[in-house]
Design a protein around this ligand. Structure first.
Ligand code: HEM
Length: 501
């Protein structure tokens, strides 16, 4: 009632496109892919301002383009702004049990606390020597077959996660675990698309029998497969834990100390699946984006190599123990994540749980708020020349984003690219560590350059991304050359002595 009174006292409707009667902006959004949606949001924000509201079939959505508004709403007022408004098809196949997309209910709280204990910094510290070994293995493969970087980075992203989380490694990109997950995830990613699943924007379709519409029948097939596979996986791990043959890993610890976790069995299988889905794709994307940026900005590649050489010298590879002494490396990681987020990341909407008034605007319960990374992470006051890849913004005191001491900063904690408040990415530290270790070893061992044609001329390409949420860079060419024979031998020798799972 207070809000109703305030509304009468003059709280305004936020500006935004009117759209069609009843349909709102549904037809416009249903006709495009993720990149198209990001562009439409940007255009609206330019026209209507930093807080733009639109509706889709009566459901309200808001676009936020300023960090301070996202912080105020998602962090300070986080008690109201931490629900999810996942598209219908996403909720359907995950049966409202995926911690990334489910509502902010008690189940989500149980899952969130499970994730926090699984991949907190102490847990990561325990597994980081495994990450280090995985990175050495990857380098050795790249030295032998430099053209395989796309696949090898994918394998690395999977293997760092499977070793620590699930207790097994994947030694080849052709491993059935990767192949199967990739094919399936590609199909699952489409579940976000209104052009594939119109029930995401047209609520009436949700009421139809599943068999009556091909897109609904597809949904039902995917749901059965998704859920079936999670349980099959759980049984497999349970069996080897019981037999005593399971390697040390987070899943094993979870099963052995089951009583310490409040999640239901169903919630736990969804939680592990969410960590695998969320944890493999984004680091892979950033590894590929890093290669592109090292070709595009060779001066930063040189600075990175200089720093890594200065700390590790020529006679040993850098390791995770060097991280506090490598601020340029951490700046390159953070800037790579920023760069990729501004061009390709859509994030996940936060849904409002109670009516609210902010900056004189009235927002209705159920409104979905989208923080637009391409604007937030290029804000001209915080990120001068924000479209450029410039790690100096994290290293030089004259930049607004600079922070000391450089043994700790820059790091990715609290970085908007990983979201805000209660829903912020629980895998931030894990992802940062995965990237830092691999970038350090790459810079120490290899030069990264554009491929050349028969005449020795560089073949440059522009970076393009797939049209799905959390999109990957489309394939591009890249030439690795060993920096010197001594380093190559050190990597080869280290790779022979690795004791991988
Ligand atoms: C560079 C790598 C990564 C980036 C850029 C990234 C980014 C994000 C973003 C933007 C969100 C939404 C936050 C919000 O709603 O405010 C998110 C959520 C999430 N991420 Fe990540 N992420 C990365 C890596 C990972 C890893 C390695 C894992 C797991 C091991 C992971 C698991 C999750 C999960 C489970 C959620 C949902 C959290 C919730 O709704 O409560 N992510 N991530």
């Amino acid at each position: 009632t207070l809000l109703k009174r305030r509304r009468r006292q003059g709280a305004k409707v936020p500006p935004g496109p009117k759209g069609w009667p009843f349909l709102g902006s549904a037809p416009e959004l249903a006709a495009v892919d993720t990149n198209g949606i990001i562009n439409i949001f940007k255009t609206w924000a330019q026209k209507y301002g930093s807080i733009t509201q639109f509706s889709v079939m009566g459901e309200k959505q808001v676009i936020l383009t300023e960090d301070k508004d996202a912080r105020e709403l998602f962090i300070k007022r986080g008690a109201k702004y931490s629900d999810r408004g996942a598209p219908h098809a996403v909720e359907y196949i995950s049966m409202k049990q995926n911690p990334g997309f489910r509502a902010r209910d008690d189940g989500w709280r149980r899952q969130r606390s499970m994730m926090q204990s699984a991949i907190n910094i102490t847990s990561i510290n325990k597994y980081q020597s495994l990450m280090d070994d995985e990175a050495t293995f990857t380098l050795n493969v790249l030295l032998q077959s430099p053209g395989s970087f796309h696949e090898e980075f994918l394998r690395y992203s999977y293997s760092v996660l499977t070793t620590s989380l699930l207790g097994f490694s994947v030694r080849a990109p052709t491993d059935p675990f990767i192949q199967h997950n990739e094919t399936f995830t590609a199909e699952i990613m489409n579940v976000f698309r209104p052009d594939y699943f119109p029930s995401n924007v047209f609520p009436l379709l949700r009421k139809l029998p599943m068999w009556s519409l091909p897109s609904l029948a597809t949904l039902e097939r995917l749901r059965k497969q998704y859920v079936g596979e999670m349980w099959a996986f759980r049984s497999k791990i349970e069996k080897i834990v019981k037999e005593g043959s399971a390697s040390e890993c987070i899943y094993k610890q979870f099963l052995l100390n089951r009583d310490e976790y409040s999640v239901s069995d169903e919630e736990s299988v969804h939680t592990f699946q969410a960590m695998i889905d969320g944890g493999t794709r984004s680091p892979h994307n950033n590894l590929l984006t890093f290669l592109y940026l090292m070709m595009e900005y060779p001066e930063w590649q040189k600075k990175l190599q200089k720093e890594v050489d200065g700390v590790a010298g020529k006679d040993r590879m850098p390791s995770y123990k060097d991280i506090p002494n490598l601020p340029t490396l951490r700046a390159v990681v953070k800037e790579t994540v920023r760069y990729r987020s501004i061009v390709a990341e859509m994030g996940i909407g936060h849904c409002l749980q109670q009516d609210d008034i902010y900056k004189g605007y009235f927002f209705e319960k159920g409104t979905v708020f989208n923080a637009l990374f391409s604007s937030i992470l290029t804000d001209k006051d915080t990120y001068p020349d924000g479209q450029l890849f410039n790690p100096a913004r994290w290293l030089v005191p004259s930049y607004p984003t600079y922070k000391e001491p450089l043994t700790t900063y820059p790091n990715c904690q609290g970085f908007p690219a990983f979201g805000y408040g209660r829903r912020a990415c629980p895998g931030t530290d894990f992802a940062e560590r995965t990237l830092v270790i691999m970038f350090a070893k790459l810079a120490w061992t290899l030069n990264i350059g554009w491929p050349t044609d028969e005449d020795g001329c560089e073949v440059r390409e522009t970076l393009q991304y797939e049209p799905v949420p959390a999109p990957r860079p489309l394939r591009f060419g890249c030439k690795f050359t060993a920096r010197d024979e001594g380093r190559t031998r050190i990597v080869q020798r280290a790779a022979v002595g690795l004791n991988l799972l």
